[in-house]
Design a protein around this ligand. Structure first.
Ligand code: ARG
Length: 459
């Protein structure tokens, strides 16, 4: 029995158990965090007199070697070693001998894995933040050039009121900004070190948890050792944060797909971010945007998966918790990829201003403007003016034209209180710029939003 925990066992493990029990095939991704945690733990053990300086130095140089072997692809990961923690410790023992066996003093795999995962989530949280900021920067750059590009704003996917393309893109900037801030909050809330919780109840050694917490960049140690090893809220926070980003991205991706369709033709996605069909030579497909939309399914799944794993799980550590990792890795890796791809794809889209404008001329999109005009200039109540404009819309429909194309006489035939200045409010730019309330789509409001975002980006 050569297991690190094999003392009380008389029989060797079944091969089937080893396969079922092992996490090494996926948790080897945590080698950086694991080795860093071990080095700091060794420093702490030296500080409190458990290791001599020489022992500590041996351990650290052995860990550095194991790290290098993994980086170089020379490390032999074996299913018998169960997980990354035992694989590294075993290799360390081969490299430096018995001193390695002192490393696990005052530590358990329970606090070790909690630490590794916290470090991993913390690092990835920052990586996602960086990509979100880059994406927002790209969107703001595009928006800056399109404050006067008019497109049909929609509700129920029907033409509703004119907006600028910039205004529409900025809505996504504010979603992604909230996602960014959510990650910042998560980082702060979870930046506490479980190391030194040991199995779950603390340890009789006079350990210095503040020291190791500080060395690892945490605010402080977790206050309760059982919570330290049992808590995966930090991972759930990240999975939820990622799910929100994926949800926002799926809405955006859906619009990119619609806009690039023949029916809209608002944008053209570059060849380098489009794909073809194996049978239809004419096809150019928005696969990238579809995948961005499609990834949302697995990302929601990962959140539900971990929530369900933890549901009703008694304290403290249970092996169920080993099931946390693949969900976390999958969401993290996919969202990083999505954000990178979306950002690059956006830099290359072309925007068909003329088509947006042409489509904005359809659907009586300035009808609300005419109703507001009758209220503001003619003292008519909104309910009545709504009714009058409704009749005008029906008349235009019967003539198969847009209300903006009706003559002043035709308008007056519907209601004789309408005067010539009504024609102006049916103009698209006039309509856009009249929506100058805070947060509105007017050019001046949109510029304010852009300035606000630029200032935030450069903070
Ligand atoms: N591979 C385990 C995991 O991922 C490490 C912790 C094991 N602890 C234990 N008491 N069996 O959760």
């Amino acid at each position: 029995m050569d297991k690190l925990w094999g003392g009380r066992f008389k029989q060797d493990s079944s091969r089937l158990l080893e396969e079922f029990n092992a996490s090494i095939n996926f948790d080897k991704k945590l080698y950086k965090e694991d080795i860093l945690g071990s080095k700091i733990h060794a420093e702490m053990l030296y500080k409190i007199g458990v290791l001599t300086q020489e022992e500590k130095n041996n351990i650290i140089s052995g860990l550095n070697r194991a790290y290098q072997e993994i980086e170089d692809g020379d490390f032999d990961f074996k299913i018998q070693d169960e997980d990354i923690h035992m694989a590294v410790e075993k290799r360390l023992t081969q490299l430096i001998g018995d001193t390695a066996k002192k490393l696990h003093t005052a530590r358990s795999r329970n606090d070790q894995v909690a630490l590794d995962l916290r470090l991993y989530c913390r690092n990835k949280n920052k990586d996602i933040q960086d990509l979100l900021k880059k994406l927002i920067t790209t969107l703001v750059e595009i928006a800056r050039n399109h404050t006067d590009t008019i497109m049909p704003g929609m509700t129920h996917l029907q033409h509703a009121q004119p907006v600028s393309f910039a205004f529409h893109l900025l809505a996504y900037c504010f979603m992604y900004k909230r996602d960014f801030e959510r990650l910042v909050d998560d980082y702060k809330r979870n930046n506490y070190s479980p190391l030194g919780s040991a199995a779950f109840a603390g340890t009789p050694y006079n350990i210095d948890r503040d020291f190791s917490a500080k060395q690892l960049g945490f605010n402080a140690p977790c206050q309760n050792a059982t919570d330290g090893v049992s808590d995966r809220d930090f991972a759930l926070d990240l999975l939820y944060g990622i799910a929100m980003i994926a949800m926002h991205t799926s809405r955006f991706a859906e619009e990119l797909i619609l806009w690039s369709s023949f029916e809209f033709r608002f944008i053209t996605i570059s060849d380098s971010f489009s794909t073809g069909s194996s049978i239809m030579p004419n096809k150019k497909n928005p696969d990238v945007a579809e995948l961005l939309r499609g990834k949302t399914g697995r990302i929601y799944g990962n959140l539900i998966s971990l929530l369900t794993t933890l549901k009703a799980l008694p304290l403290a550590y249970n092996k169920d918790m080993q099931e946390d990792k693949e969900a976390i890795f999958d969401s993290v890796e996919n969202i990083l990829l999505c954000l990178r791809v979306l950002n690059e794809m956006l830099k290359e889209i072309s925007i068909n201003k003329d088509m947006m404008l042409q489509k904005a001329r359809m659907g009586h999109i300035t009808a609300t403007d005419l109703a507001d005009f009758l209220v503001q200039k003619k003292g008519i109540s909104f309910r009545e003016s709504h009714h009058i404009v409704g009749k005008i819309v029906a008349f235009a429909e019967s003539k198969n034209c847009d209300i903006s194309e009706l003559s002043i006489e035709e308008l007056q035939n519907q209601d004789n209180r309408i005067t010539i200045d009504a024609k102006e409010v049916l103009d698209l730019s006039h309509s856009l710029n009249s929506r100058n309330s805070f947060g509105g789509t007017s050019q001046s409001q949109v510029k304010t939003q852009i300035e606000y975002l630029l200032k935030w980006i450069n903070e």
